[in-house]
Design a protein around this ligand. Structure first.
Ligand code: ADP
Ligand code: MG
Length: 202
């Protein structure tokens, strides 16, 4: 049987810069206030092996991320540093290992209707320079590919969020044991999802 849409889960990690910037509460509150439910959370220091596993769970990630980076340069009338998407991603991955192991990471699972898409919308696009105003990356950080590539580092964008439902399932599996994910009811779920609103008026 298919799961009810309100059971969709997504993996979110506040990256070391989000923790250093003191934005943990701010970031979490954005997911809370939209109506999502926090079902797992832990603070950890990861090793490079975990970072590589995480980013290569999707066999297409290397190609897509390289192409996205090239498109980011071209859309601003700039020349990408390399022509080959895979060569670009090889550098991005090495820089990501340094970035993600530089301090603690707050790993979380959020649950609710369209959790994956809603969280991506709230997080905003990868490159903070062009992330939408109102999104976490748009509101709280000012980095760009031009700056991060020139300095040979990852673009610092505060938070990771799964890009698709399939990616979310793999990422949750990688970061959490089944027993670390809590099954519980939020009172607010009644007003978010119940068909009948009987019992509000007294
Ligand atoms: P997202 O985190 O938005 O899903 P990707 O999966 O494409 O983005 O990339 C993973 C992470 O790698 C990004 O969040 C960012 O920290 C880093 N990154 C991606 N592209 C670049 C780039 N061109 N230069 C520097 N860092 C990058
Ligand atoms: Mg991604």
């Amino acid at each position: 049987m298919n799961k009810h849409p309100k059971k969709e889960q997504t993996f979110v990690a506040i990256k070391p810069d989000g923790i250093e910037r003191g934005l943990v509460g701010e970031i979490i509150s954005r997911f809370e206030r939209v109506g999502l439910k926090l079902v797992a959370m832990k603070m950890i220091v990861v090793d490079e092996h975990q970072v590589e596993k995480h980013y290569t769970l999707d066999p297409e990630w290397r190609r897509i991320t390289g192409e996205k980076t090239i498109a980011g340069y071209l859309s601003k009338g700039l020349k990408p540093p390399l022509e080959d998407p895979l060569a670009i991603t090889a550098i991005i991955l090495e820089n990501l290992k340094k970035y993600m192991t530089s301090g603690p990471v707050l790993a979380m699972v959020w649950e609710g209707a369209h959790a994956v898409a809603i969280v991506r919308k709230l997080v905003g696009g990868t490159e903070p320079l062009v992330s939408d105003v109102g999104s976490i990356r748009g509101d709280f950080v000012l980095d760009s590919y031009t700056m991060s590539d020139a300095d040979g580092r990852s673009v610092r964008n505060l938070v990771h969020a799964s890009g698709s439902v399939a990616e979310a399932e793999k990422e949750i599996n990688l970061w959490f044991k089944a027993e670390e994910i809590i099954n519980y009811r939020l009172v607010a779920e009644e007003i978010l999802y119940d068909v009948n609103l009987d019992g509000i008026l007294e």
